[in-house]
Design a protein around this ligand. Structure first.
Ligand code: SF4
Length: 370
């Protein structure tokens, strides 16, 4: 396939890995902050090509995985209301809340629908004027512009039965939380190319300078990732801490100004709880007061207050440690035993971008060998 195969060339990948091996002279730990990169690393065995002194850990790169139990519980409550059509991307349906998941609500008669875009949900709202269409707006900076556009269009067109349960999260505050943790061992970051396509990488420059940590914006294909890692280790070996852009074919320093403006118009930063990690200041988005009519948390305040979330995660799930790069999925005692994609204990085993799902899918033998 044109435009993909050339980024998966095995000979070039081997050559890049050899170059990295020659560059590395000391032990380093680096983290990728993108579930797509995690899956590529595990699927193509890129970490196995790298020198053993270079440790690659996986970060909170999956918005589905970091959505807190309390928000899932709110989604379950809204989806159970008889006059609500609850819309979600498919990944969210099996993510466990403290009392089940959206599939369970659907099985019990709730009107839960999988949508592929905000436009799908708006079409549903127009076709069902007597029902309330509530959308679980989950994602990083990449999906926020589409939800923001949907809210603007809903307002302009007078669509009143459409609202969002907003679970959007922002990547740079999460990276800062990892860097400022006393347990941190991350010395360099691969930043997510798709996020930077929208927001650029100006924000990363202050982060790199403040924590003396190199950050390389990279794409998702094996050669992107290996090139990005090569740039990172070169900086680490030379004692530099700069922001570099490997993904020049898609990312500009300022990002996409139009997309940023749309998000800025509709959303504002807010504190957000990250599943397994805790609250991180200004790491989420919430609708601005001018768009409160489209905020499901406001519109359904009473129903949500009656729900009362216990917000409890399964005590055996180590997703917080996985998402902070402190352990790898096979180190979790429940991996591939009590926790599988069919019976997940935590979101990283469910999501198509989850680290546990990546290891299960491509390396489930790891657990059985240990
Ligand atoms: S393997 Fe399952 S239980 Fe363990 S951290 Fe991952 S999602 Fe949680």
């Amino acid at each position: 396939m044109k435009y993909v195969d050339e980024y998966r060339d095995r000979t070039l990948a081997t050559r890049l890995a050899e170059r990295i091996t020659h560059t590395v002279h000391r032990p380093w730990t680096i983290m990728e902050v993108c579930g797509g990169q995690t899956h590529a690393i595990v699927r193509f065995g890129l970490d196995a090509l790298l020198p053993t002194s270079l440790t690659v850990v996986h970060g909170p790169g999956c918005p589905v995985c970091v959505t807190p139990v309390g928000l899932i519980d709110q989604a379950l409550q809204l989806a159970s209301l008889p006059h609500v059509i609850f819309c979600s991307f498919g990944d969210m349906l099996r993510v466990p809340g403290s009392r089940g998941d959206l599939f369970g609500v659907k099985a019990a008669g709730g009107d839960v629908r999988i949508v592929y875009s905000p436009l799908d949900a708006m079409t549903l709202a127009r076709a069902n004027p007597a029902r309330e269409v509530v959308c679980f707006a989950v994602g990083f900076e990449t999906t926020a512009p589409a939800w923001a556009m949907a809210v603007i269009q809903a307002k302009e067109s007078g669509l009143t039965n459409f609202s969002l349960l907003v679970a959007h999260v922002l990547v740079p505050p999460a990276m800062e939380a990892i860097l400022s943790s006393p347990q941190n061992r991350v010395q360099g970051f691969l930043a997510a190319g798709h996020v930077c396509t929208v927001v650029g990488y100006e924000d990363y420059e202050a982060l790199a300078a403040r924590y003396r940590v190199p950050i390389v914006v990279a794409g998702f294909e094996p050669l992107d990732i290996l090139e990005g890692i090569g740039l990172l280790v070169t900086q680490l070996e030379e004692g530099r801490a700069e922001v570099e852009n490997q993904y020049v074919r898609s990312v500009r320093r300022e990002g996409n100004r139009q997309a940023r403006a749309v998000v800025e118009e509709v959303f504002e930063p807010a504190p957000r709880t990250w599943r397994g990690i805790g609250e991180i200041a200004r790491s989420g988005l919430q609708l601005r007061p001018a768009y409160a009519a489209y905020d499901a948390a406001v519109r359904f305040r009473e129903a949500l207050s009656q729900a009362g979330s216990v917000g409890v995660e399964d005590p055996d799930c180590r997703s917080g440690l996985v998402l902070q790069g402190l352990i790898k999925p096979p180190d979790c005692p429940a991996f591939a035993t009590r926790c599988t994609p069919e019976q997940p204990l935590g979101a990283p085993m469910v999501s198509s971008e989850g680290a546990c799902a990546a290891y299960y899918r491509y390396r489930s033998h790891v657990k059985r060998e240990t």
